[in-house]
Ligand binder design. Sequence first.
Ligand code: F0G
Length: 426
Amino acid sequence: MRSILQCMDCGRQYPIDAVMYTCDSCGGLLDVEHDLDALKGVATRALFDSRLGTMAAPYNSGVWRYKELIAPYADDDAIISRPEGNTNLYNAPRLAQWAGIKQLYLKHEGENPTGSFKDRGMTGGVTHAKRIGMTRVACASTGNTSASLAAYAAYGGLRGIVLFQNKQIALGKLAQAIAYGATCLRIAADFDKNLALVRELSERLNIYVLNSVNPFRLEGQKAIMFETLQQLRWQAPDWIVVPGGNLGNSSAFGKGLRELFKLGLIDRMPSIAIIQAEGANPLYQAFTRGFDKLEPMHADTLATAIKIGNPVNYPKAVRSVLTTEGVVEQVTDQEIMTAKALVDGTGIGCEPASGASLAGLKKLVDEGTIKPHETVVAVLTGHVLKDPEATLDYHAGRLEHIHAEHPNVILDVEPTVEAIAAALGA
Ligand code: F0G
């Protein structure tokens, strides 16, 4: 069974172990392509269901359970896995009602080992890095990728290098990268500039890039869709709603869903709705112009994870929208923080960027794009503890230009039973 690298634009093929991220001929983004014809009858619902509950590595991972569709060529014992995935799919009736639909599930990717969906891609990327003999791996990051890279590099015995913006990195993410021992470079440049820097640096110093321009990252992230569909007993929902920053996740989702459909594991395609923050919305802008072209922008949003103005996976995300008859929507920081407070208030919790999923869902329902009877899976991408400052500032009413609609204000109380009882209104 052969897997290859293939340019998404000109179709040129390269060996799977080539160290490259874009096509040598035309500069297009590369896909990892597996031999789907040979996988028919092999990668089946029955096979994947038979691995549920196993304790045997690597199949105990919610990524490697689907190994035939991720890296069929990899030796089992060469896989670097924490293990990741196996995240919950929550039924969320109260939030469904708020958004105006009957059936809403929240797929909580913040429940991965380092608290974000990035671990699914990182197990794919770091496993591949080791396989091809790389010793140093690097990324630019708004925070979560660096936390994940740092953890997986350390776990796999590789040197991790991460480039941060010198401001607006959420505390939880920064602390993780430092704790896991990556070399942390703080640079006076935004994510987009840092990504350009890391790509140049990697060529000069032979360092392997583990941003989502790396197609092996996206192979791992496809498993978010595989696992969601398996949790839904392979019955496709109408919509998948996901926040969009560098557009790796939405690109991976489209690829994963196409593969499930081609293999007959699902009998219809859900539509993908990608939600961007209004201040970081280049995909949305392009969508409103019929995807004429990407116009890079200076990005600004409180949802720092998706503060990206020049998303590297733009062409793949466009492909995801077009092949799933999907849409792109934008939401304000106010809408993001209100939705986050609601997700938090149900006891599930998420980081600000994930609030975009619920906020975007509501907007799409209000506009009539998503119908009340349709079934929706909204993806929560990061854990509530990733950005404690955003949460505390919201509830204390300290966020500039944000009205806290659902504040939970800390009560300062004297150390007496009377005072406490009075504070409780009892
Ligand atoms: N949600 C969270 C919590 C993220 O960390 C990211 C991306 C996204 C959504 C957007 O996903 O890039 O695949 O469209 N964070 C990256 C990082 C860019 O560096 O951690 P995307």
